[in-house]
Design a protein around this ligand. Structure first.
Ligand SMILES: C[S@@+](CC[C@H](N)C(=O)[O-])C[C@H]1O[C@@H](n2cnc3c(N)ncnc32)[C@H](O)[C@@H]1O
Length: 262
């Protein structure tokens, strides 16, 4: 209980409204709609251009020995963690500060190792991960150095550290509401300052592949129908609109950055 209180207390309350109860709703919706296979993963984890951005990371994993352990930081309801687990058969540790999201991930994907922790303090040992993934998390956090130094501490030497997220489409970082949409330059420099070398940067549309987008839309509609009376609904809806407006304006782009720890 103390661990959980500690990890969730690092989360900005605006972020908790958007990802606490709403990630539990996504899991409830996915079950109620009978989503299965990749549709289930996309329905609960619709973020940042998945799954094509995740495939970029997978190609890097395939270049070395098969990974035994992958750490997914800020795992939410676990869709991305489970996507990597099913494709690699590695043990995937899903680190997530919010209890509602952890409960959803544990319930949906019982083969994941779901743990309480934050991006700044995962609670994991040094040099234990064959890959570290952060999907949709960095853009929620102000201090990239604290997060990237933790990711690199946990990663073994030469392991990929992959960031899949929304970034500024421009050379300037854009701060808006709870988000910091970093320029690719700022994110790359921050990784290099942690001793990483950048191996690949792939920009893509933020819209997921059609089957993921469709599953996510069905989940969103279920939430609209069933959760509109909940106190967190307005914050969830406003955040969704905020992101959609930025994407439609072209000011932000989805991107996958794969670095390796030197
Ligand atoms: C956009 S969701 C992405 C969830 C998951 N990675 C996915 O792609 O489905 C952002 C996640 O980051 C988590 N988060 C927020 N602040 C965090 C922090 N300081 N450390 C770790 N995770 C955090 C949220 O609780 C939420 O689960």
């Amino acid at each position: 209980v103390n661990d959980q209180a500690e990890a969730s207390s690092c989360v900005d309350p605006r972020i908790e409204d958007v990802f606490g109860a709403p990630l539990r709703w996504r899991a409830q919706a996915a079950l109620a709609l009978g989503l299965r296979g990749d549709e289930l993963l996309g329905g609960v984890s619709p973020a940042a251009g998945g799954p094509h951005n995740l495939t970029t990371v997978l190609h890097h994993l395939a270049r070395g020995a098969a990974p035994d352990s992958i750490v997914d930081i800020g795992a939410g309801a676990g869709g991305v963690s489970e996507w990597f687990r099913r494709r690699t058969r590695a043990v995937v540790t899903a680190i997530e500060p919010l209890p509602d999201a952890r409960t959803a991930a544990q319930y949906l994907f019982d083969s994941l190792d779901v743990r309480s922790g934050s991006a700044e303090a995962t609670g994991l040992e040094d040099d234990t991960a064959d890959a570290v993934v952060m999907c949709g998390v960095l853009s929620l956090l102000d201090d990239e150095n604290a997060v990237l130094s933790e990711a690199c501490r946990v990663a073994r030497r030469d392991a990929p550290v992959a960031i899949v997220d929304l970034f500024s489409a421009d050379t300037e970082t854009l701060t808006s509401g709870p988000n910091v949409f970093r320029s690719l330059g700022q994110a790359s420099v921050a990784l290099e300052q942690q001793g990483c070398s950048i191996h690949e940067i792939v920009r893509s549309t933020p819209v997921p592949d059609p089957s993921w987008a469709d599953a996510a839309r069905r989940v969103d509609r279920w939430i609209d129908r069933n959760c509109h009376d909940h106190p967190a609904y307005a914050a969830w809806k406003a955040d969704k609109r905020h992101l959609e407006e930025h994407i439609a304006s072209g000011r932000v782009t989805a991107c996958c950055i794969v670095a390796r720890v030197a």
